[in-house]
Ligand binder design. Structure first.
Ligand code: TXA
Ligand code: MG
Length: 353
């Protein structure tokens, strides 16, 4: 067991001595959790094989699932990749620093373990001051998956990281709750037209505004489980975002969703189950259940995205036997929210009719 050190920093003006302390751990092969604008990441030197292996162990992450590599300058992108297309350059100019991860063909300075055996590498330049300062002070690209135990909801606060990883990592930099609350959008620019692998902090609408064409990987937008051999991103195959209790997602017309959820609650109660409902501020009043939580207004998908993982984690301490969640609108960040809810349900989805 390690002693996990917590460094509280100012998100706007991070204290440089604290960031340097954390950077020293990265430089010597340690593991540091840090905030980004999306979720907290668990960072290690991307070019240090031993550190990356330790990262997989700490997170209990399967070795076939590579991490996103975080950079704070464009030269590192050139070093880590074989080729940067014109489209990729446009996207970087428009969306970096920010919640867009781009998948490139990788160069041979990237260790096998960092790439998890793939010919490609996923890179992003985060927008958070703490993240950028940490990368700069560490003087290396930082590989960072979300700082949760594999399979659990991603952490949007330092407390969530501590819950999962206390004693397993060296440092947690605590700069409060993250702003966006769902992970970055993953776009493969090693193919033409670029392919959306995971919806996230940059909306599909914004990508389509910036470039002519975007292909959608079926998994990124699917309501059903896609066969593992079709998974283009290793993360597509693995269980994700799951609270302790099974989650059932109800999609469709809102009034029908509400009546279906009410029927489900009645049925579970007949069977003496404790039921949690994940609702929205427009609908939460209508449910009588053991626990009702609201994601916020259906008219504000950004706000709903920022609350999603926190609420999923909160159900873990409510001792519910089952969680029933309402589907949300698919526009903007709604697509990312629905992708996470669908995965959290293990594709246990009811179409309300
Ligand atoms: O917002 C985020 O992206 C956060 C913060 C910390 O930056 N990170 C994050 O990392 O969500 P992670 O490891 O939890 O998710 C990375 C996703 C996984 O689904 C992984 O399979 C995919 O990106 N990925 C990584 N490298 C890839 C590659 N070379 N090709 C395709 N997919 C890749
Ligand atoms: Mg993750």
């Amino acid at each position: 067991m390690k002693q996990t050190k917590i460094l509280k920093v100012d998100p706007q003006q991070p204290e440089i001595d604290k960031i340097r302390q954390a950077a020293d751990f990265i430089k010597s092969g340690g593991l540091v959790a840090f905030p980004t604008e999306t979720v907290y990441g668990l960072g290690a030197d991307a070019l240090n094989t031993k550190a990356i292996l330790d990262l997989f162990t700490a997170k209990k992450r399967p070795l076939d699932n590579p991490s996103i590599v975080h950079v704070e300058n464009f030269e590192d992108v050139t070093r880590l990749t074989l080729q940067v297309s014109t489209t990729a350059k446009e996207l970087m100019k428009k969306f970096w620093p920010g919640p867009l991860t781009l998948v490139f063909k990788r160069s041979n300075i990237v260790p096998e373990v960092t790439a998890a055996g793939l010919e490609t590498i996923a890179i992003r330049m985060p927008q958070h001051k703490v993240a950028l300062t940490l990368i700069r002070e560490s003087r290396c690209p930082i590989a960072a998956p979300s700082a949760n135990i594999a399979g659990k909801p991603s952490p949007t606060s330092a407390e969530h990281v501590l819950e999962d990883l206390n004693g397993r990592i060296d440092v947690i930099i605590d700069a409060g709750a993250t702003r966006i609350g769902v992970e970055s959008t993953v776009l493969d620019v090693s193919v033409e037209p670029p392919m959306l692998l995971r919806p996230g902090g940059v909306s599909l609408e914004a990508l389509k505004d910036a470039i002519d064409e975007v292909q959608l990987h079926p998994f990124a937008v699917s309501e059903k489980e896609v066969a593992p051999e079709k998974a283009k991103s290793p993360g597509m195959k693995h269980k994700h975002y799951a609270p302790k209790a099974p989650l059932i997602l109800v999609e469709g017309d809102l009034s029908k969703v509400m009546s279906t959820i009410k029927e489900l609650i009645a049925n579970y109660w007949l069977n003496d189950k404790r039921v949690g409902v994940l609702a929205t501020s427009e609908t939460a009043w209508a449910y009588e259940a053991d626990v009702v939580k609201s994601l916020g207004s259906r008219r504000n998908v950004e706000a709903m995205a920022s609350q999603l993982f926190r609420l999923l984690r909160e159900f873990d301490s409510e001792n519910v036997d089952v969680i029933v969640a309402e589907g949300v609108p698919l526009d903007g960040l709604g697509l990312a929210v629905m992708n996470r809810l669908r995965k959290a349900s293990g594709y246990n989805i009811i179409k309300a009719v």
